[in-house]
Design a protein. Structure first.
Length: 84
């Protein structure tokens, strides 16, 4: 079982390192879109999830609610991983 807390840590480290500019103080509750998250950011993050956890997030799970912030996205990823 993969814990959502570990996924949160991994996703936060990734977006801080690879997605957002250093002046963006991203947290687990940062509104992704308001912080500049765009379609290319989404693709990069989804590829990271696939490479890290061996699972592609289905298109049906990519919603405004799941992409609200990293905490909601980590919850979605954890649910999908643990349902396998």
């Amino acid at each position: 079982m993969v814990e959502a807390a570990q996924i949160e840590t991994d996703l936060l480290a990734f977006v801080r390192r690879e997605v957002f500019a250093t002046q963006v103080d991203a947290t687990l509750d940062t509104d992704l879109v308001a912080a500049g998250f765009d379609s290319m950011s989404l693709v990069r993050l989804l590829v990271f999830v696939e490479q890290t956890y061996g699972m592609w997030v289905p298109e049906s799970e990519i919603t405004g609610e799941s992409l609200q912030n990293l905490r909601t996205l980590a919850g979605t990823v954890a649910r999908l991983l643990n349902a396998r």
